[in-house]
Design a binder for this molecule. Structure first.
Ligand SMILES: [Zn+2]
Length: 268
């Protein structure tokens, strides 16, 4: 019994530490030229494109002002954001997409399956957590940051410019000056998409996470729709040449971590 209490106290402490660690907003330009704004729980990446930037993901609706501060620290104006690619519809990825698109005039890029959900401002119900430890701690963290118990977000009005992604696309990004392609990577959600750059950098949203490692997630996302499908997507980005994974939650990591995780945690 005492051991159980100790375990719970340790887990809660670690959750608090993790939570405090992601309370502040930071923005940076790393040695590889990656631009990012870390808005509490979600890391939003920026890729230079024709006429400005493509932003990969937004964050929770309430984090918009925090994001703008981070953007200003990078000397980038809201008006320079020409595209907003939402890796999937969850509210910590599309939360302020509507506000940002309205203010910047940016075009949203999303999987075709995400489009009706963006218009509704609704998240699909979560299917399952990767394990019990993750369920306890992640639920606590979500309660702190997510202002909506239903995981709602600001709807994207009908008529806003949205480019629906209908399948793997090796053309769209090149037309806007980005040397990379879009790959459909379901598993975390049905509407998950990723960007794989020609140099092997992969921006994958929640297809994998470097987060809650005390729960032995081993890069698996906290929430999973379909484990086998998730691993199929991991294998597809590996086969396509991914080298470094840039998750929306946590620091980048080498692609070998995905292979190791699949080895250690076979799909049930
Ligand atoms: Zn998600």
């Amino acid at each position: 019994m005492k051991k159980n209490i100790k375990t719970v106290v340790l887990m809660v402490s670690m959750a608090v530490i993790t939570t405090c660690g992601i309370m502040s907003c930071t923005s940076s330009r790393d040695e590889g030229g990656i631009l990012k704004v870390d808005t509490r729980s979600t890391v939003d990446y920026l890729l230079p494109c024709k006429g400005g930037y493509l932003l990969i993901d937004t964050s929770y609706p309430d984090n918009y002002d925090l994001f703008k501060k981070g953007l200003a620290a990078l000397n980038i104006t809201v008006g320079e954001i020409r595209y907003i690619m939402v890796t999937h519809h969850h509210n910590d990825h599309s939360g302020f997409a509507a506000r940002l698109a309205a203010e910047s005039g940016a075009t949203i890029i999303a999987h075709e399956g995400a489009v009706p959900l963006l218009h509704a401002g609704k998240s699909m119900p979560y299917k399952k957590y990767v394990n019990r430890c993750t369920k306890i701690i992640f639920s606590m963290i979500v309660k702190v940051f997510d202002g909506s118990p239903e995981h709602d977000f600001t709807p994207v009005p009908e008529g806003f410019p949205i480019i629906p992604v209908k399948g793997n696309d090796d053309h769209l990004l090149r037309t806007i000056g980005i040397r990379g392609k879009i790959i459909c990577t379901p598993g975390h959600t049905d509407d998950s998409i990723s960007i794989l750059m020609d140099d092997g950098r992969a921006f994958i949203g929640d297809l994998a996470m470097n987060f809650l490692n005390i729960c032995s997630c081993q890069r698996r996302p906290a929430l999973i729709n379909d484990m086998k499908q998730l691993y199929t997507s991991w294998n597809s980005i590996i086969a396509a040449g991914a080298r470094i994974i840039y998750p929306a939650h946590g620091d980048p990591f080498p692609v070998r971590d995905l292979r190791q995780s699949m080895n250690d945690n076979p799909a049930q």
